[in-house]
Ligand binder design. Structure first.
Ligand code: ATP
Ligand code: MG
Length: 419
């Protein structure tokens, strides 16, 4: 038997309704904050991620699905959404659209990861990106929106951690201090850390290896090195979050796994599960880095698989759709009549089922029960002659005789339904 590739998942019909439920809630919040959907290609030029995500990051160095296409181009399956959205922003001339430009996406991402709980090779992110504001107001609006999403989804015990990682100006000084701290122990770090020491020592702080984590204890923190502008920006972000009553911790250790971040970075951690479910930050240099006009921007991405895993623990009342009516029939004439009836009911927006496999009347009732049909109406020779039939409420067991008429049926099955 052929099996799905390692690190991928089927989202089957007993799962997908949960995805739809969550997606609908999230989409609605994004809409109310003025975000519009964007969809970008699954694959892009490899160079986009090398330059956009940063070629000293884990994502680019270890995790990309890269191949050569038949035309000899180097292609990569997108490992994250921001670089693609920025490319699309530039390529579609969005700089000339009313600013800020607010975009959201819901897309599959591909990373060659060590597969484990909460870590897949194909996974899904809902992300949001806003272009064109240097103001702390944009940072706060983005964080508040993320916070709204998680609280609307009733995810308990989520903690917001924020940090500022400064701008290229303050970072130069910080990176020097960091190198001085690391240098005496450099030979004890892993090879990846060693290779990043000169070009990007901040990546070393994000290393997942235990020995490197130990060595990083007591490292200088970027917050002590922020320039005036970055410090003020961070103070304003915190001040407005306080005003809005949004709780947060300052975590000077957040550096984020992608190179493009500047100033504010944040993560929402589910404390019960120990997962980061949503993460993001400002990336003021990225649009220019990818050859666009210098445009400030920020955003976040939410990991759908992790979110759903947590969501279903605390929200058990969401259910798959169930038929409002099942039309059972006995005999060929009744079957044809039922087919026409179901056709009309469906045209009227009713979720109705009938047998299409040739089941006996008993088996039809059993099936109607299994799929959770709210009502069953039974049609046989007799019913066709009298033009009346029995409508049974499967929840209460109550029955009633009703006229075999589309409007009459609809009226009766909808009468006591609140959903
Ligand atoms: P980590 O430090 O856990 O590797 P990251 O910095 O690589 O995270 P981002 O690229 O910021 O994560 O992705 C944002 C969110 O997407 C994460 O917080 C997580 O919820 C989800 N995510 C990231 N990688 C995976 C994966 N391999 N499988 C499932 N979800 C993931
Ligand atoms: Mg990662």
């Amino acid at each position: 038997m052929i099996q799905k590739p390692k690190g991928t998942r089927d989202i089957i019909q007993t799962e997908s309704y949960k995805w739809q439920h969550i997606e609908n809630i999230v989409k609605n919040i994004l809409k109310n904050y003025g975000y519009k959907e964007i969809r970008t290609p699954v694959f892009e030029s490899t160079e986009l991620f090398q330059r956009g995500v940063g070629d000293t990051t884990d994502v680019v160095q270890k995790e990309m699905y890269t191949f050569e296409d038949k035309g000899g181009r180097s292609i990569t399956l997108r490992p994250e959404g921001t670089a693609s959205v920025v490319r699309a922003y530039i390529e579609n001339g969005m700089a000339s659209m009313p600013s800020p430009v607010k975009l959201w996406y819901n897309m599959a991402m591909y990373r060659y990861e060590n597969v484990q709980k909460g870590r897949l090779r194909e996974f899904h992110q809902i992300g949001a990106e806003v272009f064109g504001s240097t103001s702390y107001q944009a940072d706060v609006e983005t964080i508040v929106m993320a916070n709204d999403i998680l609280s609307k989804l009733n995810i308990p015990n989520v903690e917001l951690n924020i940090n500022s990682i400064g701008c290229p100006k303050c970072r130069t000084e910080y990176q020097n201090a960091l190198r001085e701290f690391i240098r005496p122990n450099l030979d004890k770090y892993c090879d990846t850390c060693k290779s990043r020491f000169e070009r990007n020592p901040m990546r070393i702080l994000d290393c997942k290896e235990e020995k490197c984590k130990q060595l990083n204890h007591g490292a200088p923190v970027i917050l002590d090195y922020l320039c005036e502008e970055c410090r003020e920006h961070f103070e304003s972000v915190k001040g407005l979050l306080d005003t809005l009553g949004i709780k947060y911790n300052i975590d000077p250790e957040i550096v984020r796994g992608l190179d493009y971040y500047t100033k504010t970075v944040f993560e929402f951690i589910s404390k019960n599960e120990g997962y980061t479910v949503l993460a993001g930050g400002r990336y003021d240099g990225l649009v220019k880095e990818l050859d666009g006009q210098d445009t400030p921007a920020l955003g976040f991405a939410l990991g759908m698989e992790r979110l759903i895993e947590i969501y279903e623990k605390y929200n058990t009342e969401v259910q798959n759709a169930k038929p409002q009516l099942f039309v059972a029939q006995i005999g060929e004439q009744a079957n044809i009549y039922a087919t026409k009836l179901v056709y009309k009911l469906r045209q009227n927006g009713i979720y109705v089922e009938k047998d299409i496999t040739g089941k006996s009347i008993n088996a039809q009732f059993k099936y109607a029960n299994k799929i959770g049909a709210k009502y069953v109406i039974t049609i046989g020779e007799n019913e066709l002659q009298t033009n009346t039939a029995e409508l049974k409420n499967m929840e209460t067991g109550e029955t009633m005789q009703i006229e075999l008429d589309v409007n009459e049926i609809i009226e009766n099955i909808l009468s006591d339904v609140i959903n």
